[in-house]
Structure formats: C-alpha cells, structure tokens
Ligand binder design. Structure first.
Ligand code: URP
Ligand code: ZN
Ligand code: ZN
Length: 468
C-alpha cells in the first residue's frame, strides 16, 4: 500500500481552516491530504469526528526535584501516558538546575530519565537557577546548540529566584543566542512579606496561600520582567498568567511595541481562590489540592482571562501540570504541611484534562472557534518553542501527530478514569462536552477510548532549532 495509515471521513481543523478531507500517513508523517485516500495498510474511520493537530503542552513538570522529602507524582511514563489519553502528542517539561550544580549535568541526567520512557514525544526546556559565569559563558550556549533552545527563569521561590541583575544577564545571553525565555512572574520579597504577616496573624490554612500572593504580586513582577525585556530588547513569554492585573501589564508592553507573549492555564478559567478554603470538606487540608502558583483568583477574574483568550492577548493555554499526591507525606500533606500553607508543595495535576476543559468551556460554550482552540493548544506552542513546522499543524511533511475528537461526547472528569500518578484531580465531577477519542503520535495509535495502547518508548526526546 501507498500509506501506512489512512484517516478517512473526518473534518480537519488547523489554526486557519476547517475542511473535510482524508489523510494519508507514511513513515510517521502526513504524506497526503485529499478527497479519497484508500491505499493504506490500515484505515481509521473518522466520520463524525474532528481531526485536530495533537495537543502540545509546552508547560508541564515531570519528575522534577521539589525539595526535601517531596516527590512529584509523575515520572515520564505516567505523565506521557496521561498526556496521550488526554489528546496530546508532545509535552515540554523542565530540566532544573539545582543551585550550585552544573546546568549541563542536570540537563543530561534529566534527559536520561526520559529516554525510552515516553509514550509521546518530549521536548525539554531548562530552568536556570544559578547563572554563574560558567553557565552563561559556556554551559547555556552549548546546551542551546544541542537543541535545548528555551528556558525558564523564576522571580520567586527560595531555591530558584533570580535577582534583577541575574535576570538581565540571562536575558542578555538569550538575546545573543536566540533562545526563548519563559518568566515566572511573582515577586519574591512581596510574597515573603505577606507570608510572614499572615503566619503571625494565625492565618496558616491552605487559603493563606491565595492571600499571600494577591494579583498585585504578579502584576509587579510582570511589569519588572517586561521592563527588563525592553531594556535588553528580548521577546519573552510570561507563563501561567492568572489575573487581569498582569494582563494589563502585558497589553501595556505590547502597546509599546514589545514582543511579550503570554500563557494561561485551565485553572485560571475554572477554579477560584475559594477552592483553597476546602469547599465544605471536613478535612482542613482539603484546600491544599488547589494550591498552585500563581493561585486561582476570584470568580470575576475568570471572565477577564476569557477576554484575553478571545482578543489574542494569550498565545497559548498550557496545563502547568505539576502533580503531587494529596494523601501522601511526600506530597501535599508532607509533615511540615500541617503547620502552614507555606510548606504545601505548589502545583496541581492537569496534563490529561487541559484539552477537554478548554474545548468544553471554550468551543462548546461558544467562546472561541475551533481554529482558535487549535492555535491555543498546538500551533502556537510549536511556533513559540521551535517545533514548527515539524509539529503543531496538519500539512504535508508534518509529523502525523493527530487527535480524533468527538465534539459532542459528554463526559464527567473522574480521578478513577485518569492516567496520571496523582491521587486526585482538581476537576473531580466537572462535566465537559467534547472528548479525545484517538491519539495518533508520529503515525502510531497511542491512545484509544481512554486506553493507552502505544508502547513505552515510542515517544522520543526531540531537539529543537532556535525559534525564528
Ligand atoms: O504551582 C505551580 N505552578 N508549580 C509549578 C512550578 C511553576 O512555577 O510553574
Ligand atoms: Zn512557574
Ligand atoms: Zn510550571
């Protein structure tokens, strides 16, 4: 046969077009798009389904060191299994440089954890926590040349925070090397001040986490990052934007002609700070299940984030999947966690639920078009991080990374049905319309009807060119 696989009778959706067509796949790539493709070793019937570019989640945390005694709930096998079941064909986790250690060694050790352990492709970002002269002068330029072309810097967290001079130096290096920088915009000193004040006042519940990081903390850091980016003349991505106030800073930067990109996440569209109060549970720590940074805001803020999605302020919607088990001393309830919100590990699982939530609340609810959905969940991720035109769309020569999507299927999100390593989902009982039926990664079926069928090791760790 001419093709290894034919996908027949579906409606293809890209960031710009929606049209009925068959697909012919050969050697893991899209080899033909046409009216009637029949000469294939295997045929999938996609009638009644949408054929979307596979989801790319450019912000996930997998097997990342998270402090003494705390263990992230997913390794590469479980994270990519959950991602595939949720309609994704590529995820981008972070290799973290522990302070005082070599970024190069940390990155190569992290990559070794991934090799042979992935159901879908993985592309690795870096986290720069210690920009020493050796890191800026030798290690980072060498890693960028090896294909690690993007990295994240943090403006908070004891073990990760960079001061303004360090941020400027990292930005400067990225400018010279053409690398992509992601910024975690929350101000360290303001959070420390608020945290100590709250603890003195006896406010140690998980809800204290939300009080310790109000929108102004995010807004101030976003403004500072944008100003530094202007000084260095560097495009940046402000990640996990949670609030209207940080959005205003991004709009301000763009009005000045700066290239400021922005990411948001489903939690800022569907969860609120009140979730950290535990929602009527008897368990005083229940709210820890929703502790992530930045924290979800008040309900009215969700409409502002939707407006940002509709108007183009946001380029991408990622999960910021950062899974910890709840009922586990190595997770949300680590022993110190019982005394203050300060010790609850930050992050929530969401790698498998990102696409259904955004589709349901976005497309099914009439807020965004199918094409905008594809742009926000696949195409723009590929373009921002150097995966385009290999991934991120449906076209001749692209990797055959596809999700067959049933736009009418109703499902209720249940932990019991998810594939991640966490023991809960923040969206337990959340109803959605629209569901991924089949995930095809580089031409192979990796997930079908909630079952992951592709072999571990099908996914590769892929290197990237610098983004144009
Ligand atoms: O709470 C979160 N988001 N934890 C993950 C780390 C990060 O800052 O993205
Ligand atoms: Zn972050
Ligand atoms: Zn993150």
């Amino acid at each position: 046969p001419e093709f290894d696989l034919a996908v027949r009778g579906g409606t293809l959706v890209t960031a710009t077009d929606t049209f009925p067509a068959d697909l012919g796949i050969r050697d893991g790539r899209i080899a033909a798009i046409g009216a009637r493709i029949t000469d294939a070793a295997r045929t999938l019937d996609a009638s009644g389904l949408l054929v979307l570019p596979g989801g790319i989640d450019s912000h996930v945390h997998i097997a990342q060191a998270s402090g003494p005694g705390i263990v992230m709930a997913d390794d590469f096998a479980s994270a990519t299994r959950a991602a595939a079941a949720g309609g994704n064909t590529c995820v981008m986790p972070f290799a973290l440089q522990p302070r005082g250690a070599s970024l190069r060694e940390a990155t190569h050790a992290y990559r070794a954890l991934a090799e042979g352990q992935c159901h879908i492709d993985v592309a690795i970002h870096l986290i720069v926590s210690d920009p020493t002269p050796a890191v800026l002068g030798q290690e980072l330029p060498a890693l960028i040349a090896e294909g690690y072309t993007s990295f994240k810097v943090f403006m908070t967290y004891d073990d990760l925070v960079l001061n303004d001079r360090q941020i400027l130096d990292v930005f400067d290096l990225a400018r010279r090397e053409g690398a992509r920088v992601m910024v975690h915009a929350e101000g360290y000193d303001a959070i420390r001040y608020m945290t100590e004040k709250l603890e003195k006042a006896g406010e140690t519940r998980p809800f204290g986490h939300a009080l310790s990081r109000p929108q102004v903390v995010e807004r101030e850091a976003a403004h500072r990052a944008i100003s530094h980016a202007e000084l260095v003349d560097l495009p940046i991505v402000i990640v996990h934007v949670s609030g209207e106030q940080a959005m205003e800073q991004i709009a301000w930067g763009r009005e000045r002609g700066l290239k400021i990109h922005a990411e948001t996440c489903p939690q800022y569209l569907t969860l609120t700070a009140d979730h950290m109060k535990g929602l009527g549970s008897d368990d005083p720590m229940e709210g820890a299940k929703y502790v992530c940074s930045p924290p979800p805001r008040e309900a009215a803020n969700q409409a502002a984030i939707w407006r940002g999605i509709q108007t183009g302020l946001f380029d991408v919607v990622s999960s910021d999947h950062c899974p910890f088990r709840y009922d586990d001393p190595a997770g949300k309830l680590n022993p110190k966690g019982r005394t203050s919100f300060r010790w609850v590990p930050n992050g929530i699982p969401g790698i498998e639920t990102r696409l259904p939530i955004l589709f349901s609340e976005g497309v099914s609810a009439g807020r965004i078009s199918l094409n905008r959905f594809v742009e926000l969940t696949a195409t723009n991720h590929a373009k921002l991080y150097g995966l385009y035109p290999r991934k991120g769309s449906i076209g001749i020569g692209f990797d055959a990374d596809l999700t067959l999507w049933d736009p009418n299927r109703r499902e209720t999100i249940r932990q019991a049905n998810l594939h991640h390593g966490a023991d809960y989902t923040p969206w337990e009982g959340f109803s959605v319309t629209g569901w991924p039926v089949t995930t095809i990664a580089r031409g192979a079926i990796v997930a079908e009807n909630g079952r992951v069928v592709g072999p571990l090791g099908h996914g590769q760790v892929i290197d990237r060119a610098v983004s144009p």
